[in-house]
Design a protein around this ligand. Structure first.
Ligand code: PBG
Length: 331
C-alpha cells in the first residue's frame, strides 16, 4: 500500500498565490520609533554604536518628526539625554526637562503622532541606576530602594502626562510600579492615559549600545537585582500577571530576538496587546554586518520584524522603523 504525497508546494507556485495565503502582514502601523532628545541647539549627532540613530536637539527635530509621520508611523518613544544628572534623577520629573519639552513640541508639530514616554530614572541619575540608591546598614551594600524610587517614578509619569504624553511606558522594573503609576495618573486626572508596561525586561547584554547612546551605564554593580534573569520564563508570567492585576494596558517583552518564546507565551496567556522591543544591540549587529557587505540589510530586517509579529507582537519598537516603513511602501 502506498500513501499519496502531500502537495504543499501547490500554494507556492506564484507570487499572487503566495500573497493570498500569507498569514502575517507587516506594516508601518506596527512600529514605534525611539528618539533620543538632548539639550542645546544645532545638535544632530550620530551615536557611534548605532549608525543612523542620532541625538537631536529640539531646534532640529521638527523636520525629523514630520518625516516620521509622513511615513505612516503612528508613535515615537522618547528618551531624554540631559545635561545635568544627580543622585535622585531630578531632571526626569522637571516640568521643563528635556522629555517634557520635547513632548510639548512634538504634539504641537504633529498632534496625531503618539508620544510614548519612557518612565525611568537611569538616564538622569549620577549613578546610572533606574531608581534611588540606599545603603544597607548591616551589610554596607548599596542597592536600589524600591519604594523610595516609586514615588519619583510616579512624579516622572505625571509630569510626562502633563506635558502631553499619550502613553506612559515605565521601564524601571521596580515592584509595584504599574499600580503606583496608575494611581498617580488617576489622581492627577489622567485616567485616560494608558500604561505600556515593560513587564518582562531581562538583565540583558543587548542594551549595550543604548547605554552608550543614553549615557546610562550603571556606575557600580549591575541591574540584576531588578531586571530579570535571562534563564527564566515562568517568572516572566509572574511579572506579567502582576502588571495585569495592577492595571497595565499593554505588556512588553524586551529584548525581542532572544526572547520570542516568552513573547509567544504572553500572547497566549493574556488578552492585552503585546509589545516587542527590538533593542539596540539587535540593531547594531545587523548594521555592522550590513556595513561590511555581509548580508542584505533590507531582507534581514524585514524577515526579523515579520518573525516578531508572527511570534505574537502586536506592536514592535524598533530603530529600523523608518527604514522598514520606507521598504514596505508600495512601489
Ligand atoms: C531604561 C531603558 C533601557 C532601554 C530602554 N529603556 C536601558 C537599560 O535598562 O539599561 C534599552 C533599550 C535598548 O537597548 O534599545 N531603563
Amino acid at each position: 500500500m502506498s500513501f499519496p504525497i502531500t502537495r504543499n508546494r501547490r500554494l507556492r507556485t506564484s507570487a499572487a498565490l503566495r500573497s493570498i495565503v500569507r498569514e502575517t502582514q507587516l506594516t508601518a502601523n506596527d512600529f514605534i520609533y525611539p528618539i533620543f532628545v538632548t539639550e542645546g541647539t544645532g545638535v544632530k549627532s550620530e551615536i557611534g554604536s548605532m549608525p543612523g540613530v542620532y541625538h537631536w536637539s529640539l531646534d532640529l527635530l521638527e523636520q525629523e518628526i514630520n518625516e516620521i509621520a509622513a511615513l505612516g508611523i503612528q508613535a515615537v518613544l522618547l528618551f531624554g539625554v540631559p545635561d545635568h544628572k544627580d543622585e535622585v534623577g531630578s531632571e526626569a520629573y522637571g516640568n521643563n526637562s528635556i522629555v517634557q519639552r520635547a513632548t510639548r513640541k512634538i504634539k504641537e508639530w504633529q498632534p496625531d503622532l503618539l508620544v510614548v514616554a519612557d518612565t525611568c530614572l537611569c538616564q538622569f541619575t549620577s549613578h546610572g541606576h533606574c531608581g534611588v540608591i540606599r545603603q544597607d546598614e548591616r551589610t554596607g551594600r548599596a542597592d536600589v530602594d524600591n519604594d523610595a524610587s516609586l514615588a519619583l517614578l510616579v512624579k516622572t509619569a505625571v509630569s510626562q502626562a502633563e506635558a502631553g504624553a499619550d502613553i506612559i511606558a515605565p521601564s524601571n522594573m521596580m515592584d509595584g510600579f504599574v499600580q503606583a503609576i496608575r494611581s498617580g495618573l488617576d489622581e492627577a486626572g489622567f485616567e485616560h492615559v494608558p500604561i505600556m508596561s515593560y513587564s518582562v525586561k531581562y538583565a540583558s547584554a543587548f542594551y549595550g549600545p543604548f547605554r552608550d547612546a543614553a549615557h546610562s551605564t550603571p556606575q557600580f554593580g549591575d541591574r540584576k537585582t531588578y531586571q530579570m534573569d535571562p534563564a527564566n520564563v515562568r517568572e516572566a508570567l509572574r511579572e506579567a500577571e502582576s502588571d495585569v492585576v495592577e492595571g497595565a494596558d499593554m505588556l512588553m517583552v524586551k529584548p525581542a530576538l532572544a526572547y520570542l518564546d516568552v513573547l509567544r507565551l504572553l500572547k497566549e496567556q493574556f488578552d492585552l496587546p503585546v509589545v516587542a522591543y527590538n533593542v539596540s544591540a539587535e540593531y547594531s549587529m545587523v548594521k555592522a554586518a550590513a556595513m561590511q557587505g555581509w548580508l542584505d540589510e533590507r531582507a534581514i530586517v524585514l524577515e526579523t520584524l515579520l518573525g516578531m509579529k508572527r511570534a505574537g507582537a502586536d506592536i514592535i519598537i524598533t530603530y529600523f522603523a523608518k527604514d522598514a516603513a520606507r521598504w514596505l511602501q508600495p512601489r
